[in-house]
Design a protein around this ligand. Structure first.
Ligand code: NDP
Length: 443
């Protein structure tokens, strides 16, 4: 019944493989929903939800340190504003094109709905590659990017944040330019800001911490815990580092992490202070961790980080980084839980391997929702001109993740897929948006 809708998506959005994958993954879960709710089909909800409300593509020219003019392309896809202003990060990475921004914006609709916060879904970014660029080049790029983006965003319209390649430094340059152009101190226009200029405590840590809180709920549900578990985390950026930090706090041992150049294995447990120094301060490749650590650590370029035996896997780098072959290796080595810190890091074939092997799989749209949820907490603090303590904000984050976990399980049960977190997340997020879309009419 949903195949015609998928065929229409393929026809309307040619060449956007990641977007096709994300929509297919949702549609695959919606069979029992359309059977029970014919009103969604009558109102064209599924077809409308798969079509962005607005897609903006713009030129981003800038001058590098050698005085050469450089050219990039900027994107903002404002996907769905039924529940609130568009909300979702900006990604700066050479792989960025419309299909990636649309997949991310699409996922964001349902993720944001699951948080229970009043935020719609959107995503943006650029094919700009920040690697090897000086601070001054990053600043000029961000200023040029915002010189176009500012007219499309706002506290009540569209609120971007960070993603791959966009952290506190970039948000600072973007916010500075927005403030300058508009002559307004509109803190609520961007999240992920620095603490002294409108940011929220815990926002930096939130996605990684939230993913681990979610995984912890899975373990608790099975009468288990992180205590003594070996954990492999992919990536070594914002999400990966803070996921590793929370695993360690809960008694687990992170024995491997990676970047796009390879991975490190450290049987003594990753030294998080050293990892932060290498990746966040020195901005070096992951091999520098192994060099500095010596003894217990080694840098590997063959195969994948998923070859390292572990109890729990947390993919926290990028989309489609964990395929069928990697899933087979994880299962063979006894991995029991996979929770996605990144967006769509596991391919559909990998997810199938996990399902067949009885490995518990938590999809990103549920497990990594702590980042955007804490962005919404940052917006609350901005709106009330308040700032909350670390402990209070973290407590809110933990409760939100516990709530999302429970909603996934309840929804999966209610729709005949007990224990299936992917079905629970897809259906739970979809129904929340679909009901609101019905109420707002055909717009
Ligand atoms: P960062 O830029 O901080 O880190 C990304 C990490 O992933 C780096 O270690 C990077 O390595 C690695 N990576 C990126 N692309 C590849 C690739 N093609 N192959 C191998 N490794 C790669 O980004 P974040 O930590 O913020 O984001 C990571 C994931 O989490 C993304 O999927 C993002 O969408 C998702 N996410 C992020 C949120 C946030 O709050 N930041 C919120 C929700 C989801 P290298 O440096 O070598 O490129």
């Amino acid at each position: 019944m949903l195949q015609p809708i998928y065929d229409e998506i393929l026809g309307r959005n040619p060449g956007e493989a990641e977007f096709h994958q994300a929509t297919r993954e949702l549609l695959d879960s919606l069979g029992p929903v359309v059977a029970r709710h014919p009103e969604y089909t009558d109102a064209g909800i599924i077809r409308r939800i798969c079509e962005p409300e607005r897609q903006i593509i713009f030129r981003v020219p800038w001058v590098d340190d050698a005085g050469q003019v450089q050219l990039n392309r900027g994107f903002r896809v404002e996907f769905n504003s039924t529940l609130g202003p568009y909300k979702g990060g900006l990604r700066f990475h050479p792989s960025v094109y419309l299909g990636i921004v649309k997949f991310l914006g699409f996922e964001q609709i349902f993720k944001n709905a699951l948080t229970g916060m009043p935020i719609g879904g959107g995503k943006g970014g650029s094919d700009f590659d920040p690697k090897g660029r000086s601070d001054a080049e990053i600043m000029r790029f961000c200023q040029s990017f915002m010189t176009e983006l500012y007219r499309h965003i706002g506290e009540y319209t569209d609120v971007p944040a960070g993603d791959i390649g966009v952290g506190g430094r970039e948000i600072g340059y973007l916010f500075g330019q927005y403030k300058r152009i508009t002559n307004r101190y509109e803190s609520g226009v961007l999240t992920g800001k620095g603490i002294s200029w409108g940011g929220s405590l815990v926002r930096t840590e939130a996605t990684g911490y939230g993913t681990v809180y979610f995984a912890n709920e899975i373990l608790k549900n099975a009468g288990d815990s992180f205590d003594g578990k070996s954990v492999v985390v992919s990536g070594s950026g914002n999400v990966a580092i803070h996921a590793a930090e929370k695993v360690a706090a809960l008694g687990g041992r992170v024995i491997a992490c990676s970047d796009s150049s390879g991975y490190v294995v450290d049987e003594a447990g990753i030294d998080l202070d050293l990892l932060k120094e290498v990746k966040e301060v020195r901005r070096e490749r992951i091999s520098a961790y192994a060099e500095a650590r010596g003894g217990s650590a080694r840098f590997v370029t063959d195969g994948a980080v998923w070859d390292v035996p572990c109890d729990i896997a947390l993919p926290c780098a990028t989309q489609n980084e964990l395929d069928e072959k990697h899933a087979v290796a994880l299962v063979g080595n006894g991995c029991a839980v996979v929770a996605e810190g990144a967006n769509m890091p596991c391919t559909p074939d990998a997810v199938r391997v996990f399902a067949d092997a009885g490995v518990t799989f938590a999809p990103g749209k549920a497990a990594n929702a702590g980042g955007v949820a804490t962005s919404a907490l940052e917006m609350q603090q901005n709106a009330s001109r308040d700032s909350w303590s670390f402990a209070h904000t973290e407590e809110r984050l933990e409760q939100i993740m516990i709530g999302i976990h429970a909603r996934c399980l309840e929804t999966a049960d209610a729709y005949g897929a007990p224990g299936n977190y992917a079905a629970g997340a897809n259906i739970g997020g979809f129904i929340k948006v679909a009901d609101a879309m019905l109420a707002l009419g055909v717009i």
